[in-house]
Design a protein around this ligand. Structure first.
Ligand code: NDP
Length: 319
């Protein structure tokens, strides 16, 4: 019998190729959790995922009612849940004013962090009931969210920094747009949201790993410079960035290879270490082995992870 994995944002880029890589093993059924059904259907067919191997269930991660409806719809399928991949994300680096979700929260953080935070919390019950010996939650991280690495030190527009979480403490509604309560910087909102993803993974691990046996981990799959993630950037950036990552930094990786890496973290026995953040390094080499990447002090700050958890619970209506 096949295992079931839910993948958010499987309509393009890394999520789509993760779905493809897992389907290719013939051991996984996919639930593609996406906001555009038709686009996802076309994408699945384009990469050749067999029709009987995937179900598409709608979700808008920025809308918490939709996240709850997704969980209900998933439960109605009667499938058991063996792995969850939190992959969907938005990146809107040249916005002048913040966009907001129905609750008034800044859209990058609402989508990338809060929507996934709620989804993980709701699906914990389902994962606990998995018949798999090693159910897993995999949350996509990124290099620019980790100040321990060069990519995380880039000051354009600013490195990630949640400060004392003042924006969350004060309810995260207008005029607040940043977690630290300071001035709106859209590129930083993305880095902050990805830092929250890693802190959420750490806190899930601390709270639930021993008790449930679920493995919680994150990874940086490499720089997928040609993925549609950069569609909201200047068009010149979109032309130069892949070249720069291929020729100068050596960080470039194809969507297909990135999908294989995520799939490995979902299924391969060597990735069953909970609380780990996996990386293949910043310079890609053929057959390069993965390793557990050291995290910045902020991403390893247990007190901050706990406080972020409590405030996020309030913002999504769990408390
Ligand atoms: P893409 O833009 O190709 O994919 C993002 C996916 O998220 C799409 O399927 C998109 O759906 C979905 N999505 C966006 N907003 C929502 C929403 N509100 N509700 C549901 N789904 C939504 O980006 P990538 O594949 O590059 O990124 C995937 C992950 O990989 C992200 O977590 C990113 O941070 C991470 N990552 C990417 C790197 C890169 O270099 N590209 C490097 C390191 C990490 P739709 O098709 O409808 O827009």
């Amino acid at each position: 019998q096949r295992s079931t994995v839910i993948i958010t944002g499987a309509s393009s880029g890394v999520g789509l190729y993760t779905a493809k890589a897992l389907a290719d093993t013939d051991q996984w059924d996919l639930v593609m959790a996406c906001r555009n059904i038709e686009k996802t259907e076309n994408a699945a067919q384009e990469v050749g995922i067999p029709k009987d191997r995937y179900t598409i269930i709608p979700i808008d991660l920025a809308n918490f009612d939709s996240v709850r409806e997704f969980v209900n719809s998933f439960r109605q399928t009667g499938k058991s849940l063996d792995a969850l991949v939190c992959n969907a994300a938005v990146y809107m680096p040249i916005l002048k004013e913040p966009k907001r979700n129905p609750d008034g929260y800044e859209l990058t953080v609402a989508t990338n962090h809060l929507g996934h935070f709620l989804l993980c919390n709701l699906l914990l019950e389902d994962l606990k009931q998995s018949s798999s010996p090693n159910p897993r939650v995999v949350i996509l991280g990124t290099v620019t969210a980790n100040r321990k690495e060069l990519g995380g030190k880039i000051p354009i527009p600013a490195p990630p920094d949640l400060g004392d979480l003042k924006g969350f403490e004060e309810g995260f509604k207008p005029p607040i747009s940043m977690i630290n309560g300071k001035k709106f910087k859209p590129g930083k909102a993305y880095k902050d949201s990805k830092l929250c993803n890693v802190l959420t993974m750490r806190e899930l691990h601390r709270r639930y790993h021993d008790q449930t046996g679920i493995t919680f981990n994150s990874l940086y799959p490499g720089c997928v410079a040609e993925s549609p993630l950069f569609r909201n950037h200047y068009s010149l950036f979109q032309k130069i960035f892949p070249w720069f990552q291929k020729k100068i930094t050596g960080g470039y990786i194809s969507e297909e290879e990135a999908g294989k890496r995520v799939a490995a973290v979902v299924k391969d026995p060597e990735y069953n270490q909970s609380g780990a953040y996996w990386s293949w390094g910043n310079r890609q080499k053929k057959d390069r082995k993965s390793f557990v990447q050291e995290m910045s002090p902020e991403a390893s700050d247990e007190a901050k992870a706990e406080r972020l958890w409590e405030l996020s619970e309030k913002l999504v209506g769990l408390k």
